[in-house]
Design a protein around this ligand. Structure first.
Ligand code: ZN
Length: 359
């Protein structure tokens, strides 16, 4: 392909991911290539607010036999199928070197966002989202203070395409005896950047986004949300306080409220994009809780949506799984423009407005 033709058909370059210290190949010039792969079925239009056999709804029995209380706000309980936990068995035999093994110590909890089975973050009020942020703060502080816990990972897997069988909006909290690899990598990158430049990496990322401006989805005095320049997923979005704090519990009240507003704005835009409940993996990037000095680590949330089109998944394949670097078929600027073009009122409320007008 000659170079002018490639340019006319879209972005084709490599962008440096400063937090992961790796290249992302942006190959958006070939995004119109014919697709004959799997289709993801659209999710059912409306679920009821309460489902009798849902193990997360208030008052219902869970698999372990315990019953949920009739909770009214966010509700946290210990995962009935924990990946790490105090019940993990002692390791019976040690493997030969270089192999290592140890007990799967830690705590795994589930966070129901609200008693309503059909209320995702996108349709919650700012106040309800603020309550969820409050739980992340409280859980990170409580679990992080435990001697065996090195790091607290709060996250949400949303949608069947990321393997969630129960649609009741909920997140998870893993308090582990190790620090997750992504956080370790970000710590190393931030330290290296500070040593080389004397500046905080994430502060400079925010400044670079502000300088260009076109990938910013939301901004106020305290927080900013944007599709990063180096996005690996088509609709990847970072939501972050502007002030550098290593953990979510260090946020001030006004920053917590601003964060809730930004989360609302981002999730509404996601749902409005294709008028469907938008699937994603969302994770809080927080510093370890092992007592180290992490004053230069900048807390943020990252959304990683798996869909490139309403029914087309981004597959992790040779380059991503085999090689460890991402090939992105989309331009971050074009995807940010799509998200900016949609309404900031959730589409289900449009229908209600239309209905009420008809009535
Ligand atoms: Zn439920």
């Amino acid at each position: 392909m000659d170079k002018s033709l490639a340019r006319s058909q879209g972005l084709w370059e490599e962008r440096w991911h400063p937090l992961r210290e790796e290249w992302v190949v942006i190959a958006a010039h070939r995004q119109h290539r014919p697709w004959s792969g799997a289709m993801v079925a659209a999710s059912s239009p409306t679920a009821p607010a309460y489902v009798a056999d849902c193990y997360l709804c208030p008052g219902n029995a869970r698999v372990g036999g315990a019953a949920n209380p009739r909770y009214e706000g966010p509700y946290v309980f210990t995962n009935d199928h924990p990946c790490v936990g105090p019940e993990a068995p002692e390791v019976p035999t040690l493997p030969p070197s270089p192999y290592r093994v140890r007990r799967a110590d830690g705590l795994a909890r589930v966070l129901c966002y609200s008693p309503k089975h059909n209320l995702s973050m996108a349709e919650m009020s700012d106040e309800m989202i603020c309550d969820i942020v409050g739980v992340w703060r409280q859980q990170t502080a409580e679990l992080g203070a435990r001697a065996e816990v090195q790091h607290v990972l709060c996250f949400e897997n949303k949608g069947e395409v990321v393997g969630v069988s129960n649609p009741h909006p909920h997140g998870q909290i893993y308090a582990t005896n190790f620090v997750f690899k992504t956080i370790e990598q970000e710590l190393l990158a931030s330290r290296r950047y500070l040593n080389e430049t004397g500046r905080t990496l994430f502060t400079d990322i925010i400044a670079a986004e502000q300088a260009e401006g076109r990938r910013i989805l939301y901004e106020d005095e305290h927080v900013i949300a944007f599709v990063p320049y180096f996005a690996r997923y088509a609709y990847e979005v970072y939501v972050t306080p502007k002030r550098t704090v290593p953990h979510i519990f260090a946020l001030r009240d006004e920053e917590t409220q601003a964060l809730a507003r930004a989360l609302k704005m981002v999730t509404v835009r996601f749902d409005n994009l294709w008028r469907m409940s938008f699937p994603y993996v969302m994770a809080l990037h927080q510093a370890p809780t092992d007592g180290g000095d992490y004053r230069t680590f900048h807390f943020f949330l990252a959304f990683h949506p798996p869909l490139r089109q309403p029914d087309v998944l981004k597959y992790l394949a040779g380059p991503e799984i085999g090689g460890g670097n991402f090939i992105s078929d989309t331009s971050p600027e074009a995807k940010a423009a799509e998200l900016l073009a949609v309404s900031t009122t959730h589409y289900r409320e449009w229908r209600n407005e239309h209905d009420s007008k008809r009535a």
